[in-house]
Design a protein around this ligand. Structure first.
Ligand code: COI
Length: 350
């Protein structure tokens, strides 16, 4: 073991009763924390979940130097615990940290912290269909200083919470052509807090208008589909799985990548390219069968049943035989150890 992570277990363990927990509301009993100072990581430890003590001057509070990941652990068919796609999540975490001028976490520290925390809180991983343990590694700039600068001190933490379905029902979305989530050259491809905070206003506005989420378009001309809420946007039409190609304004979604890989292996035609609003509108106007869905770690696949484009509402296909559900089943089978893990996506904790 390269890193000596000290463990202080909760004195009185509670029996995890996870069934009715709303997404992200109840943390598991423990958390991981390490401090970055003088150019290196210090005191990595797993301790009972607790509130932080932070200077009101902490740079993260003022200038948004924060990055996070969203990962999941599953109970496998043989009773093991599987953390899904550790490497891909770690790689994306590093890319986000780099974009936000934050120090990288060594891979060995990330893996060891993840392993030990999930092992200690294993009883919190729900063993039910659609259920998982949502794991949130994140980093914040903790240095106290009002001046606008890249911080010299950081906290890297991992918390977790049992997760069930993120969206209870298929979504009604509005194509957003007034506001933008991210622009080329901005931070859209990084998983940093500001991307989410900036999306609140248009999303809340859409909710007041009766929608569940927005379908973002490019910031320049609002001509191409970007993402759907906090998820990647995906479509299945003309016997083809289509998703916007990655760009500086689109997050490299792990679920997106998994679905694209699984679809290609199943012999399904896949296109990762720009998807114009015109192409989507034409297909819907022509009464073509269009499946539209959001793909993300938290939501997995969120079917979109209605898309409103410039005030006109179209219905998408969400029947039981939809391709999105077949892909989701294949993904779940790999994660639950029911199908071969040919890409080494699974990291078995115990
Ligand atoms: C995820 O899907 O993991 C996300 O990060 C979306 C949201 C929960 C912030």
């Amino acid at each position: 073991m390269e890193y000596n992570i000290s463990v202080t277990p909760q004195a009185e363990r509670t029996v995890a009763e996870t069934k009715s927990i709303p997404f992200g509301k109840v943390p598991t009993e423990h958390m991981f924390i390490a401090e970055y100072k003088d150019g290196t990581w210090h005191n990595p430890r797993i301790v009972p979940f607790h509130d932080l003590s932070l200077s009101p001057l902490a740079l993260c509070l003022h200038y948004g130097q924060t990055v996070f990941e969203g990962m999941k652990a599953f109970v496998t068919a043989d009773g093991g615990i599987n953390i899904f796609r550790m490497q891909k999540h770690y790689d994306r975490f590093c890319k986000s940290l780099d974009r936000m001028c934050m120090p990288l976490v060594p891979k060995a520290l990330f893996d060891e912290a993840m392993h030990q925390l999930v092992q200690l809180d294993a009883s919190w991983v729900p063993d039910e269909p659609e259920a998982s343990l949502y794991i949130r590694p994140f980093m914040i700039a903790s240095e106290g200083r009002i001046g606008v600068k890249v911080a010299d001190e950081y906290l890297f933490m991992i918390v977790a919470s049992p997760a069930y379905q993120y969206y209870a029902n298929p979504l009604k979305v509005k194509v957003e052509t007034e506001f933008s989530r991210a622009a080329e050259g901005g931070t859209g491809a990084a998983k940093c807090g500001g991307n989410y905070g900036g999306a609140f206003y248009p999303t809340e506005k859409a909710k007041r208008e009766g929608f569940d989420q927005v379908l973002w378009t490019d910031a320049k001309n609002h001509e191409f589909i970007e993402e759907s809420g906090t998820m990647n946007a995906m479509f299945y039409m003309n016997d083809t799985l289509i998703t916007p190609a990655l760009s500086g304004s689109i997050l490299d979604g792990v679920t997106r990548d998994s679905l694209v890989t699984i679809a290609k292996e199943a012999g399904i035609k896949v296109e990762t390219r720009q998807v114009s609003l015109k192409e989507l509108t034409d297909a819907l106007e022509a009464g073509q069968r269009v499946e539209a869905f959001g793909a993300g770690t938290a939501a997995v696949i969120a079917p979109i049943e209605q898309i409103t484009i410039a005030g006109k509402t179209y219905t998408c296909y969400i029947g039981e035989d939809a391709m999105m559900f077949q892909l989701k089943a294949k993904l779940n089978n790999i994660r639950k150890g029911l199908a071969p893990d040919t890409h080494n996506w699974n990291y078995i904790v115990k």
